[in-house]
Design a binder for this molecule. Structure first.
Ligand SMILES: Nc1ncnc2c1ncn2[C@@H]1O[C@H](COP(=O)(O)OP(=O)(O)OP(=O)(O)O)[C@@H](O)[C@H]1O
Ligand SMILES: O=P(O)(O)OC[C@H]1O[C@H](OP(=O)(O)OP(=O)(O)O)[C@H](O)[C@@H]1O
Ligand SMILES: O=C(O)c1cccnc1
Length: 486
């Protein structure tokens, strides 16, 4: 199931009952603004990578109630006839702005901003969250795995252990956005024009009378992607020696391979890789690749490197595709403003006893601040949409929780960039959709704007996300007003 199909009923029932309510009470066309944002980075990271926008676009473009959908809703006997009639011509007619896929993002920033009639904006909450939450989670996890691999290529191998076909296929897409060089999932490779990657399995070896014959047969068929799995019987006793025999036979026969080597899939990967490296080097195959898989993640890869593992190609499955140590991305979708009836967008706020759960009111934008000299990201500012920031002026930002914590930037020392990009205007797509490999390149450049301290796997240095003075003042005034009304 993919987002180029009609997924209109892929929503929570309450969105439809509320739509019926907006219709019934004559407020369906009231314009509102919703923000899609999250409150905490997954994996205790200092940032997240946003992904899934392209599927969100397809979802919006295909949004309509088919005759079957309407017949089904009618069969529930909870919707009024005129509302069901209205649904026949339902389409998304609003505006969407979003942070481009592959971007670095931080908590509380609107990743996506929907401005639309309330009846439309309400319906799409669930699907947008489902799509963006999942891919952002996997892209972020992948960026960590790739970071731990320190420049070694990482292949995504998780399909068989993903939480279903969509998670496996779109998760692999997100993994490539996060930096994986390719995926074993051929459907992902086909759909998104990314590299299919792979070796062979134990069953291949076991299906032959002996390991050497299995290796020879594979090498003959696939000399240019000849990564032999050496751990079926005895990694150092037979696997590596048999692989070396086959590499020698290829060389003797004048077969030059673009890519050859071994894969380790069990045992002590550090020890086995170091021993295998020695054996391959001594046999005259210093360019033979040693790849590894076996329940790997960013921590194990880092650890294996610290142990001196001689692995230069990584296959990462289960723990990446399932984001095993943090299985959800926690994005939410909250009302930020509503037309007051005269065309003016009135800010809305959700209060909470928990300060971080109080929403930021109003129609907002995100301004990213870079150090002009180093290009490093210094902080983000969430501001009201009509605010103007001028790089030729000094800029001061402050922590909204601890307002004495301030950062000051002199003119000439910083540059600004607005993150939210127009995607839909009046229901029409106005965004040119980049390819997954273009998004991967952009994501790499994005990550280069972070200092290494912010990419650490544990205790990463956080980056300030502040509110502009105007937004801060508005928020405080609204908190006071609603607290006083209680
Ligand atoms: N040198 C190492 N240091 C830390 N972790 C390692 C090292 N070598 C392997 N590992 C990890 O330890 C775990 C190995 O688990 P385990 O011993 O249960 O299985 P295995 O060696 O893969 O064997 P099998 O597949 O036969 O069950 C994997 O997550 C693997 O990545
Ligand atoms: O360990 P992961 O990170 O999840 O990577 C994917 C795993 O899937 C395969 O194992 P599996 O036992 O399913 O099949 P095999 O017989 O090919 O080893 C492969 O050998 C990896 O170990
Ligand atoms: O090609 C591989 O080596 C592979 C593919 C899927 C899962 N594990 C390994």
């Amino acid at each position: 199931m993919f987002t180029d199909q009609n997924l209109t009923l892929m929503t929570d029932l309450y969105q439809l009952t509320m739509m019926q309510g907006y219709y019934h009470y004559g407020k369906k066309d009231r314009t509102v603004v919703f923000d899609l944002f999250y409150r905490d980075n997954p994996f205790s990271a200092a940032f997240s990578i946003v992904a899934g926008l392209d599927q969100a676009i397809e979802y919006i473009q295909n949004l309509h109630f088919s005759p079957e959908d309407i017949a089904y809703l009618q069969s529930l006997n909870i919707f009024e006839a005129d509302f069901l009639e209205y649904l026949k011509d339902f389409r998304f007619t609003g505006d969407i702005d979003a942070i481009p896929e592959g971007s670095i993002a931080f908590p509380r920033e609107p990743l996506l901003r929907v401005k639309a009639p309330i009846i439309e904006a309400q319906l799409i909450e669930t699907a947008l969250l489902c799509i963006i939450n999942h891919q952002s989670l996997i892209a972020t996890k992948a960026s960590r795995v790739v970071w731990a691999a320190k420049g070694d290529p990482v292949m995504e191998f998780g399909l068989r252990r993903a939480q279903g076909p969509d998670a496996g296929t779109l998760g692999a897409r997100a993994a490539v956005i996060g930096g994986c060089i390719g995926t074993s999932n051929v459907l992902t490779a086909q759909l998104f024009d990314v590299a299919p990657k792979g070796t062979h399995s134990h069953s291949w070896v076991m299906s032959f009378d002996d390991e050497l014959t299995a290796f020879r047969a594979y090498a003959e068929l696939f000399p240019d992607m000849c990564i032999l799995l050496v751990d079926t019987y005895d990694t150092l006793g037979s696997g590596v020696p048999n692989a070396i025999k086959v590499f020698q036979e290829m060389r003797d026969a004048g077969v030059s391979s673009k890519m050859y080597g071994i894969r380790l899939d069990s045992g002590d990967l550090a020890y086995l890789s170091m021993e295998a490296r020695k054996m391959l080097d001594e046999a005259g195959f210093p360019d033979a690749i040693i790849s590894a898989s076996s329940d790997l993640d960013e921590y194990l890869i880092r650890d294996l490197k610290l142990q001196g593992a001689q692995i230069s190609l990584w296959g990462v499955g289960t723990r990446l595709i399932t984001a095993k140590d943090c299985p959800s991305f926690g994005g939410v979708y909250k009302l930020a403003a509503e037309d007051d009836g005269t065309g003016v967008m009135e800010p809305k706020i959700k209060l909470s006893d928990n300060a971080v759960k109080i929403t930021n009111p109003g129609v907002k934008k995100i301004i990213r601040i870079y150090d002009k000299q180093t290009g490093y990201l210094r902080g983000d500012l969430i501001a009201l949409e009509d605010e103007i920031f001028d790089e030729s002026q000094p800029l001061e930002i402050f922590d909204p929780e601890n307002t004495w914590k301030r950062m000051r930037f002199k003119p000439g020392t910083y540059t600004l960039r607005e993150l939210l990009t127009p995607i839909f205007r009046g229901g029409k797509l106005v965004y040119s959709r980049p390819s997954v490999m273009e998004i991967q390149q952009y994501c790499k450049a994005e990550q280069a704007t972070l200092r290494p301290e912010s990419k650490r796997l544990v205790n990463a240095q956080t980056i300030p996300v502040d509110l502009s003075q105007s937004l801060y003042d508005l928020k405080q005034a609204m908190i006071q007003k609603f607290s006083a009304e209680e």
